[in-house]
Design a protein around this ligand. Structure first.
Ligand SMILES: [Zn+2]
Length: 359
């Protein structure tokens, strides 16, 4: 049967029309949601592309790093933009006074974090005096203990003052306020043992706490007495060693600051903390030559006194206490070949291992 000319299908019943409408609405909602999600993802991706290093923006206030003049040893006072303070090492016994004086000069009332890079006397010798004379909230330790009076005094000062004891571990991040951070890179476990180290080297140095300080476009690597073995391990494990400034490892020892490490770090400036009179021959000429070859700007506490770095999140400036009193690029020679061993720091628990290291 043919339909009549002009036949039109009968209109859909009303409930079928409503169903079709709902389907269209659902389809539109799905498409809309998809577009919104795609948009959010695109913006996120785009933003990421704009900022390859998504570090938080600096507050714009000053970050101060004072590499104190404690003679042969290390002590670095960091004052973060938000006012928090970090003391990386406290120099040799007797250096507590230098730290306390610097705190007074810069209006620092307490140490929020004390980093004891390792147990040698030229790094923790002044720590008990600092803890006796000012409040230290938290102490970060490498946990490589040695049986010296200095290290025992350091541990008992922590106990006596009730400072919080924290063993260092890579990845720990300390928020210093104002979007400045201190990140632990080493010691990396398992700890170096003596059989893994060259003759004359030692576990406290090789397992030094290495940290990086970040604030806006400013960054600084603080290496304690880490040597080439530590540097190799940092590079092999992919630690972020790229920084604008390097606190040179082990006072400029020839066994630290390998060329590969300096190249990868890309440091613009390097600071050596050492004493004018030291029996180790620090800094060593070959280490200085490696820094000079890469065009690194050099600062030394033995020739320029206290070195101060000021960063405001964008750029930085370095000031010295005084004009250099000698050639920055000239290394020191140990006074007596048999007495000096730059592989070790003073007062190690293993005096027998101090002899026989190559220089
Ligand atoms: Zn040292």
């Amino acid at each position: 049967m043919n339909p009549e000319p002009g036949f039109r299908p009968p209109p859909l019943p009303q409930n079928q029309q409503a169903q079709q409408g709902r389907r269209v609405l659902i389809a539109l909602t799905v498409v809309g949601a998809f577009l919104i999600i795609a948009g959010i993802l695109f913006i996120k991706y785009f933003k990421k592309g704009e900022q390859p290093q998504p570090s938080p923006p600096p507050s714009g206030d000053e970050l101060q790093v004072h590499v104190l003049n404690v003679g042969q040893g290390d002590s670095i006072l960091v004052i973060a933009p938000g006012g928090k303070s970090v003391l990386v090492d406290a120099g040799a016994p007797g250096s507590g006074k230098v730290v306390i004086d610097a705190m007074k000069r810069y209006g620092v009332n307490q140490i929020d974090l004390m980093v004891a890079t390792h147990a040698h006397a030229d790094h923790i010798g002044g720590a008990d005096e600092v803890m006796r004379r000012t409040k230290v909230t938290t102490v970060l330790d490498s946990k490589i203990s040695i049986s010296t009076k200095n290290y025992e005094d350091f541990l008992s000062a922590i106990e006596r003052t009730g400072a919080k004891y924290v063993p260092a571990s890579p990845g720990q991040k300390f928020d210093l306020g104002g979007n400045a951070t201190l990140t632990v890179l080493a010691p990396i476990q398992p700890f170096f043992t003596s059989d893994q180290l060259r003759s004359g080297a030692n576990e406290p140095n090789a397992n030094s706490i290495v940290t990086r300080l970040d604030y806006g476009d400013f960054s600084m690597l603080l290496t304690g007495d880490a040597e080439a073995e530590t540097e190799d391990r940092l590079m092999k494990t992919g630690a972020n060693i790229k920084a604008r400034i390097l606190k040179v490892g082990h006072h400029g020892s020839r066994y630290a600051s390998s060329e590969k490490f300096l190249r990868q770090g890309g440091f613009e400036a390097a600071v050596i903390s050492n004493g004018a009179e030291n029996r180790y021959g620090h800094p060593n000429q070959t280490a200085l030559d490696r820094l000079r070859q890469l065009g690194t700007k050099l600062y030394r506490t033995d020739l320029q006194g206290e070195i101060t770095i000021i960063a405001r999140g964008s750029g930085y400036e370095i000031k010295t206490e005084r004009a250099e009193s000698g050639d920055l690029w000239a290394g020191r020679t140990p006074p007596r070949n048999d007495a000096a061993d730059e592989g070790d720091s003073s007062r190690s628990s293993r005096p027998s291992r101090r002899t026989g290291s190559g220089r």
